[in-house]
Design a protein around this ligand. Structure first.
Ligand code: TYD
Length: 243
């Protein structure tokens, strides 16, 4: 381990799960996936939404959260970069207010993620309380975006320590469509350039194939379809996880 990089030591599957009081219901279909599935820990009721910029993840999370609320399902929505101090720093960098070396970015996103998972009011605390957690971006964003300017193994290593979600929803849109959709946003971020988004789009394909047999459910949607029909498809898919 690089001495400059003082993350807590790698968390073994068993280190923190026993400390969490999972409600009985939540324990259903939970949480550990054996080595046959790449030895990854999978958190039940943790649902991640991914896609290139402009893919529509934020809209789908909103629709799903509303639907869950209507159905009386406790749901917590969140996303990365977070609103905590590390996430705010990342957002300033993305807006071009600060400049950092590209190799710093995967570390920042990983630090933000670590806090997002384990920190006060973090993802694990919500899962522990029995909520579904809907998360706009997670490790897959780092693997798709930060690997454009950094080596894949570095980014993978930084993110290998984090548990996988039970479900990954990927919204597939062509880079041109994504860029078109975000044209109207007032502030541009450093990654919101067509040539970069094309590369991210390609990287996502690789990332999805890497995780194909991880035990996590991966569902890909045509992100160019009407938002209501994507939502219905998502809801129907999720029904099999309800209990
Ligand atoms: P985004 O979801 O687009 O936030 P907003 O809609 O509020 O602008 O996320 C901001 C950017 O952060 C987006 O371009 C993707 C990028 N990102 C990474 O590059 N790596 C990561 O690990 C994460 C979580 C996000």
């Amino acid at each position: 381990m690089n001495k400059m990089f003082s993350f807590p030591s790698r968390i073994a599957d068993t280190d923190y799960l026993p400390s969490i009081q999972f409600p009985d219901k939540l324990y259903h279909n939970m949480a550990r996936i054996g080595t046959g599935n790449q030895g990854k820990l999978i958190l039940d009721r943790f649902i991640v939404f991914e896609g290139i910029d402009g893919a529509g993840t934020t809209t789908q999370i909103r629709l799903l959260a509303e639907r869950c609320a209507q159905e009386g399902i406790p749901v917590h929505t969140t996303g990365e970069p977070t609103e905590n101090c590390i996430g705010k720093t990342i957002r300033r960098i993305l807006k071009g207010e600060h400049r950092v070396h590209p190799s710093t970015m995967p570390f920042l996103f990983a630090a933000d993620r670590n806090e997002h998972l384990y920190g006060e009011d973090g993802i694990l605390s919500w899962i522990e309380k029995g909520f579904w957690v809907l998360c706009d971006r997670y490790i897959f964003s780092s693997l798709a975006y930060q690997t454009i300017e950094n080596d894949y193994p570095l980014v993978r290593e930084l993110n290998d320590r984090f548990p996988l979600p039970r479900i990954l929803f990927y919204l597939e849109v062509p880079p041109e469509t994504g860029i078109d959709r975000i044209q109207t946003r007032e502030t541009k971020e450093i990654y919101e350039v067509l040539s970069f988004q094309r590369k991210v789009h390609q990287q996502y394909r690789k990332v999805l194939s890497v995780y194909k047999n991880s035990g996590m459910e991966i569902k890909i949607f045509d992100g160019t379809a009407p938002m209501e029909s994507i939502h219905e498809e998502m809801w129907n898919f999720l029904k099999k996880f309800r209990y």
